[in-house]
Design a binder for this molecule. Structure first.
Ligand code: 5GP
Length: 113
């Protein structure tokens, strides 16, 4: 099976601006930022999308969210930020490797488009 974009970034086959890494997750700057701060954090284990996560992934998903909050703090998003997971075609998912968008640095409107 061919690697996902994020698996290639994890393997350093494609360059990315890394903002956080540990044994389980990697956080990188989005190549097409939608806010002054736009970071993607994803598990190193391939889970295509949140709809395909299982109970066995519980610890990893908890780690992913806790690290997303830690990265947001490290990036100085004191007045707030948004975490987004796009799932499937209608959700706007374009990379089939579960990732959380960390968006901040400006006021974010609601509802999203
Ligand atoms: P999705 O649309 O699947 O929720 O999010 C995928 C994100 O990956 C998009 O925000 C897109 O800008 C970002 N992206 C696509 N290709 C690359 C790339 O080569 N490098 C980085 N850093 N981000 C990418």
């Amino acid at each position: 099976m061919s690697k996902t974009l994020f698996e290639k970034i994890i393997a350093r086959e494609i360059p990315a601006a890394i903002v956080y890494e540990d044994d389980y997750v990697l956080a990188i700057r989005d190549i097409n930022p939608q806010a002054p701060v736009h970071v993607l954090i994803f598990p190193k284990k391939l889970i295509p999308r949140i709809a395909e996560a299982t109970g066995d992934d519980g610890k990893l998903l908890s780690h992913l969210l806790l690290k997303a909050a830690e990265v947001a703090k490290k990036l100085g998003l004191k007045s707030g930020y948004r975490l987004v997971i796009n799932n499937g075609a209608d959700g706007g998912e374009t990379v089939p490797h579960l990732h959380v968008h960390i968006l901040g640095g400006r006021h974010l409107a609601w509802p999203p488009g």
